[in-house]
Design a protein around this ligand. Structure first.
Ligand code: G16
Length: 543
């Protein structure tokens, strides 16, 4: 095998965000751009002899081109083998599972998650460590540091490999193993859940709709729900994968999963709806005319976990990201297990799971998961709900409402303002921070501010400190407003406002979160001046 050393120059903009490097496809198409970042990854890890790399992506535009480049660079940089999903496809949770199952030296996952796909849209790349989880900050910072000084990269000179056919091929002592992307993952799910009970549910008059949003989960959903659990084929919507994700925005929320929402809200016939995102790690759960917030979903799964075979012994602990509501905290108190509050980003859960401190984790950003892999897992969350419904024989709405009766309700909503010019978004954050000393004890309507701060986190396992993780306004009654700039957007800045009010007596208050939170929404504007500064009316997305 001939190995070429190519001269290059740094790009200086390759700082990984919340979940890897995400940029427009046209940015990745610049000569050497992808190669520089991949070399920076390889230079930041120790590639020992006889080790393999897991490789796959969500199938979006540019996936197959990038896969060929990475295979050649892995060969040149000393990997003995690359294990790649057929046609270059692996959902993010499936990739995490493959890394763990085949003990590879981590993996490279190609995805821009829920961001749209296509020649003028987004692409992304991230490195996951051998535990199957997103690289922690010390590795992503090392990658960024290398990318700023890179002068050469190494690439093997062989023709593109046929990755459409399952099997293994040898190239001068280097192997490429093409695997079925679905089977290992589906087997893992079958080992965790009560498939017999779910099968009975799905073959009864209970109607499921799953929306793959034209993205990676289509084939996984087909294998699980139709082939293994016997649901009718027409329970699947948008499950044919396309390179452009059907021109849509595969973010499973009330705005972008509108087809699914329409199916659940326009008729009484559908009992349960779920959607997943571009790379299969996010999920949205709906009952008939009933939306389950991701924060409530985590709390309900935690409270009912012992109904699921994989968790019948109970949970060691739970964790949630800071902006996620405190609903799961209340369950943890009752179960007498620890509850950890981490910054936004799944990478912060990895150490806690590796140390056996937590079993379940979740984020308000439509992510829920457990220690079966080290990524959030959309289809796993759907199976949790189906397993719980099969065991409790109640509707989604009844399960959530009886949960609120028992624990109280953390009324919750997130308002997103997308594509705000970065200077305006930064000025909003600076303005809020300038009030840190004056806000405490101030009265806004019926709410009194207790504290205002910028969240920072010390990892209880390795002691690493992460600062500047979102601005919190905490009120004396436990209500909160959090302001944070998204780390995953590629256009301007996305300002997120997280609103939460605790209601102990659910019988007493309005069920619609926007109505229940109306006063908090006004307070958020008063403190941030976001609408005024950005000249924006309504949020782009409300969930
Ligand atoms: C990524 C991370 C999540 C995180 C989310 C936050 O999600 O994997 O752990 O909660 O970003 O996004 P933002 O910074 O935009 O609020 P994904 O699904 O995009 O990989």
């Amino acid at each position: 095998m001939t190995i070429q050393t190519i001269r290059t120059q740094p790009f200086l903009d390759q700082k990984p965000g919340t979940s890897g490097l995400r940029k427009k496809v046209t940015v990745f198409q610049q000569p050497h751009y992808l190669e520089n970042f991949v070399q920076s990854i390889f230079d930041s890890i120790e590639i020992t002899p006889n080790t393999a790399l897991t490789l796959g992506g969500d199938g979006r535009y540019y996936n197959s081109t990038a896969i060929q480049t990475i295979i050649k660079m892995a060969a040149a940089n000393g990997f003995a083998k690359v294990i790649v999903g057929q046609s270059g496809v692996l959902s993010t949770p499936a990739a995490s599972h493959i890394i763990r199952q085949y003990n590879t030296l981590g993996g490279i996952i190609l995805s821009a998650s829920h961001n749209p796909a296509g020649p003028t849209e987004d692409f992304g790349i991230k490195y996951n460590t051998p535990n199957g989880g997103p690289a922690p900050e010390k590795i992503t910072e090392a990658i960024f540091a290398k990318s700023k000084v890179i002068s050469t990269y190494k690439i093997a000179d062989f023709s593109d490999v046929n990755i459409d056919i399952i099997g293994e091929m040898q190239l001068d002592g280097f192997a490429v193993q093409v695997i079925d992307p679905v089977t290992d993952y589906a087997d893992l799910m079958a080992s965790m859940f009560d498939f017999s009970a779910i099968k009975l549910l799905l073959q009864s008059d209970f109607k499921l709709k799953f929306d793959g949003m034209h993205a990676v989960t289509g084939p996984y959903a087909k294998e699980l729900f139709v082939n293994r659990l016997g649901a009718p084929q027409n329970c699947l919507m948008n499950c044919e994968v396309s390179e452009t994700f059907g021109g849509g925005h595969p973010d499973p929320n009330l705005t972008y999963a509108h087809e699914l929402v329409a199916a659940l809200y326009s008729t009484k016939d559908v009992d349960f709806g779920a959607a997943s995102d571009g790379d299969g790690d996010r999920n949205m759960i709906l009952g008939n005319r009933f939306f389950v917030t991701p924060s409530d979903s985590l709390a309900v799964i935690a409270a009912n976990a012992t109904l699921i075979p994989a968790y019948k012994q109970g949970l060691s602990g739970v964790a949630r990201s800071m902006p996620t509501s405190g609903a799961v905290d209340r369950v943890a108190i009752k179960l007498n297990i620890p509850c950890y509050e981490t910054p936004t980003g799944w990478k912060f859960f990895g150490n806690l799971m590796d140390a056996g401190k937590v079993t379940l984790c979740g984020e308000e950003s439509f992510g829920t998961g457990s220690n079966h892999v080290r990524e959030k897992d959309g289809l796993w969350a759907v199976l949790c709900w189906l397993n719980i419904i099969a065991a409790k024989k109640q509707s989604v709405e009844d399960i959530v409402k009886s949960h609120w009766l028992e624990y109280g309700r953390n009324v919750y909503s997130r308002h997103d303002y997308e594509a705000v010019p970065s200077d305006i978004a930064n000025s909003v954050m600076t303005h809020i921070k300038s009030q840190f000393t004056s806000l405490p004890n101030q009265k806004f309507g019926k709410y009194y501010v207790k504290t205002a701060d910028d969240f920072s986190y010390t990892d209880p396992i390795d002691g690493s400190i992460s600062t500047g993780q979102g601005v919190r306004i905490l009120f004396t009654d436990g209500s909160r407003i959090v302001f944070r700039l998204s780390g995953t957007g590629t256009e301007g800045a996305t300002v997120r406002i997280y609103l939460e009010a605790f209601e102990p007596n659910v019988a007493n208050h309005h069920c619609d979160a926007q109505v229940a939170l109306a006063e908090m929404i006004e307070i958020a504007e008063e403190i941030s001046q976001l609408k005024q500064r950005s000249a924006r009316g309504l949020p782009t997305v409300i969930t």
